[in-house]
Design a protein around this ligand. Structure first.
Ligand SMILES: Nc1ncnc2c1ncn2[C@@H]1O[C@H](COP(=O)(O)OP(=O)(O)OP(=O)(O)O)[C@@H](O)[C@H]1O
Length: 349
């Protein structure tokens, strides 16, 4: 539905986005994820029409929209700062775009009330000034204002980042439900990997103006194609040389060399587990350095051959490890992610 073809975007001499090729499907929740300054917002702005590529083309349903003015694109944007009109009431804010489009008054009234109900804004709240609302309510207004125009695409730039953690989780669930309910294509920008993993159908991971990987949350997480992606998505153990040497010896040598190796925390086990196939499970010995209890799980740090390895263990009623305990640590070699410079392959592929 949306296609970026060899798109490059410059600010003067600076190349903010390089050779971007992306395909977003109809009805998809598609996220642009990456650290600050990697070009996510610039990509989004080029889709809305606020910036123009120096090279390449952007297509929407097969139509070349690269030079189409903003108002002809039928793309609605929700900003981090909400960008609402603080002196107007909620009703007027939601109605604004429809008024500009000269939609008849009765129809505006029906659409605004209908949309307010869908995003959980009460009749009372419709009469309030935007400045009298909480951050979460303001974001609901911003989403309603965008959706009421029935855009072909909804683009959202870090819309939840100004909210507290609990509200962020609640609103992101609501946002996903609304997006599916409306069957709208959503392009979402965030630097928060958890938000990207929980919301998205697919994710594009950006690094310094380049897309390093496009995939489903599971693909991005479990089969990170580059070292950058594997580090950016979730906490991970980088296996230091002494550990790699020991694992290598257990494998009979020549296996884990000259590359960089990582293993996710939940793939480090301190008890034999059913998933591990005997031959590929390697055993290390470590001393518990630190234990952080989070309720659902405990995060452990072990000292192994002078290096630190971390694990996450679900709370399952078994006795916890105490600081100073010596424990066996099991890692399945298939769970080790291996990277050679910026390219990668999984050991088992
Ligand atoms: N108007 C501009 N003029 C010059 N450089 C810009 C402009 N807008 C952005 N940049 C630069 O382009 C790069 C990409 O910026 P962009 O806003 O797309 O990044 P981002 O990934 O969205 O980051 P953030 O999450 O911090 O918004 C940055 O290095 C930024 O400094």
């Amino acid at each position: 539905m949306i296609e970026f073809k060899n798109v490059q975007i410059n600010y003067g001499d600076f190349v903010a986005v390089k050779n971007l090729n992306l395909n977003v499907r109809e009805g998809e929740f598609f996220t642009l994820l990456g650290p600050s300054g990697c070009g996510k917002t610039t990509t989004l702005r080029s889709l809305v029409g606020f910036v123009h590529p120096s090279q390449g083309e952007i297509f929407l349903n097969g139509e070349n929209i690269t030079s189409l003015p903003v108002e002809k694109r039928e793309v609605s944007m929700v900003f981090q700062s909400y960008a609402l009109f603080p002196t107007l009431d909620v009703y007027e804010n939601i109605a604004f775009g429809l008024k500009v489009k000269k939609v008849p008054k009765q129809e505006i009234d029906r659409e605004v009330r209908d949309m307010a109900a869908k995003v959980d804004l009460s009749e009372e709240q419709l009469k309030k000034k935007v400045s009298e609302l909480s951050g979460g309510q303001q974001q609901r207004v911003a989403i309603a204002r965008a959706l009421v125009l029935k855009p072909r695409i909804l683009v959202l730039d870090e819309p939840l980042s100004n909210l507290d953690a609990r509200l962020r989780v609640q609103l992101r669930r609501e946002l996903k439900n609304l997006q599916k309910q409306f069957g709208i294509t959503a392009i979402y920008v965030t630097h928060d990997q958890e938000e990207a993993l929980t919301l998205s159908d697919r994710i594009a991971v950006f690094n310094k103006g380049v897309v390093e990987q496009v995939g489903t949350p599971k693909e991005i997480y479990s089969h990170s194609e580059t070292e950058f992606v594997c580090n950016f998505i979730g906490d991970i153990n980088h296996l230091e040389t002494p550990v790699v040497k020991e694992l290598n010896e257990q494998m009979g040598g020549g296996y884990l060399e000259h590359e960089r190796h990582y293993v996710r925390m939940e793939r480090v086990h301190t008890r034999q587990w059913r998933g591990g196939k005997e031959a590929s499970v390697l055993k290390l010995t470590g001393r518990v350095e630190d234990a952080e209890f989070y309720g659902v799980y405990t995060k452990y740090s072990f000292l192994v051959n002078g290096t630190v390895i971390k694990s996450i263990e679900r709370e399952d009623g078994r006795a916890p490890h105490n600081i100073g305990d010596e424990v066996d640590i099991y890692i399945d070699i298939h769970d080790v992610m291996t990277y050679r410079e910026r390219h990668s392959y999984a050991v088992d592929q």
